[in-house]
Ligand binder design. Structure first.
Ligand code: SF4
Length: 469
């Protein structure tokens, strides 16, 4: 059973959506307009996918979307707890709404998502910001209609936070902002407890969705014209554990690859300890799975990796990369790296730099270690100063920029299939390669939403320029 929330939560959500709709109909019909709602999303793609579901529920409740705070009758902040920086930004943005709420007393403000699963943050929001109408944790997303209904009915400020899994029942409405790219959740939660990471505490334990509704959702998206579909999970490589049928992540990809149509399928995030030859072989022989692997390594030092509880070594990681590249010579490889983990010595940081230079990632998401309350690394000895972390981060970024440029220069003169997603300010079409690299080229705006072949004429560190073939 992969849906522990179940049908009762779904029917309660449906009932409350209808109740909100009829309240709004009577309040706004005479005003001659529909109420408007906006969601500000922080953090990862799983949050983006959750926001898509909340947009779907808001539409069912009768709200129209807006991206202007001044126009909104309801504003939701979908929060991220992974780094302190995102949390501080959230506090600033919620605080800034105080004046708008004073001008528009009917404005409903909700703070939802990962930060609200942490008691100290939830308490802080409710105490500091009386203009916040409700808070809602990741485990209680289906209770959004109930929270909106309570706020509209003039009820007390409320906290909807549930412990445990964050899985969402099948059948909730979804409203996606893009008509080209879509996120599809394959699994929720994480069991890994990397010592720096708060996700297992905010999103609960791993739960995989059954394969059949995932296949159906992707089939529907392809039929609607979506061209780039990303399967999401904190650790997609452990997909399938606990399902009633035998289906690991490579099996799921193979089933999805059978869907006819012109589209790319990609996934994130993979954990190196669970990445298998079967996964790479499935990618290599598929028709639709992008040859793009985001495989977070986090450090080049075995001691630091062990302290991080990552459960692989730098050698194991390099072996995976060699295997993946031997099966897919056109692979785009991206990764995450943390510098300044507690106790990281200069020598250990040099091992990280050496790994970056040896592996030659196409791009790297680089982070300075951020202490997260409740994780094992929170009070580990040997915490580095901000200045030390900043200095190492700068050196890491410099090393990576050389690699990114070299990888992009190797593409000079080659013809790539790209997905056109818009028109840039300079009139050039903007697109992404199969590996997700941004590329710009002259062309007709009618190409937006379709694939094109483009020859790379000018590779830069972070972008490519080209011409249509
Ligand atoms: S695999 Fe590690 S870093 Fe990723 S979400 Fe789970 S605990 Fe966090």
């Amino acid at each position: 059973m992969s849906d522990p929330i179940g049908a009762s939560a779904l029917s309660a959500a449906r009932r409350d959506m209808l109740a909100v709709r009829s309240l709004l109909d009577s309040d706004y019909t005479s005003a001659g307009r529909r109420p408007a709602a906006m969601i500000e999303t922080y953090g990862c793609q799983q949050n983006e996918a959750d926001s898509d579901r909340m947009r779907g529920m808001l539409r069912e409740m009768g709200f129209v979307p807006t991206d202007r705070r001044e126009e909104a009758d309801l504003i939701l902040f979908n929060t991220c707890a992974v780094r302190e920086h995102a949390e501080l930004r959230l506090f600033g943005n919620v605080g800034a709404l105080k004046h708008l709420k004073a001008k528009k007393p009917h404005l409903i403000v909700g703070v939802v998502g990962c930060m609200m699963q942490q008691k100290h943050r939830a308490d802080e929001i409710l105490m500091k910001y009386p203009h916040v109408s409700f808070i809602l944790g990741t485990g209680a997303l289906t209770r959004l209609p109930e929270a909106v209904l309570a706020a509209l009915s003039g009820g007390e400020r409320a906290a909807f936070v549930e412990e445990g899994t964050t899985a969402i029942p099948e059948g909730l409405p979804v409203r996606r902002e893009s008509g080209i790219r879509a996120w599809v959740t394959a699994m929720y939660g994480c069991n890994n407890f990397c010592s720096y990471c708060v996700v297992p505490y905010t999103r609960g334990r791993e739960v995989s969705r059954d394969p059949a509704p995932i296949v159906e959702e992707v089939r529907q998206l392809v039929a609607e014209g979506y061209r780039d579909i990303t399967l999401l999970g904190q650790n997609v490589n452990s997909y399938g554990r606990g399902l009633s049928e035998e289906c690991d992540f490579a099996d799921l990809l193979a089933r999805l690859d059978e869907i006819e149509g012109e589209y790319w399928l990609r996934f994130m995030t993979s954990h190196p300890k669970d990445a298998t030859p079967k996964l790479f072989e499935t990618m290599a022989r598929s028709r639709h799975i992008a040859h793009h692997l985001h495989l977070p390594v986090q450090s080049g030092s075995d001691r630091v990796l062990s302290e991080m509880n990552r459960r692989y070594t730098a050698e194991h990681y390099k072996g995976l990369v060699s295997l993946a590249r031997s099966l897919m010579p056109d692979l785009t490889l991206t990764s995450d790296m943390i510098v300044g983990f507690p106790g990281e010595t200069e020598e250990e940081f040099s091992e990280t730099l050496a790994l970056v230079r040896e592996v030659q990632f196409d791009s790297l998401f680089t982070f300075a270690f951020s202490r997260r309350r409740g994780t094992r690394a929170w009070d580990m000895p040997g915490q580095l100063s901000q200045a030390e972390k900043k200095e190492r981060l700068a050196r890491l970024m410099e090393a990576q920029q050389d690699c990114s440029l070299a990888r992009n220069q190797a593409l000079l003169g080659s013809t790539l299939k790209v997905l056109v997603d818009g028109v840039g300010r300079d009139g050039l079409l903007s697109a992404r390669t199969e590996g997700g690299k941004p590329i710009y080229f002259p062309g007709d705006a009618a190409l937006v939403g379709s694939f094109a072949d483009v020859r790379v004429t000018e590779p830069k560190t972070f972008v490519l320029y080209g011409e249509p073939v």
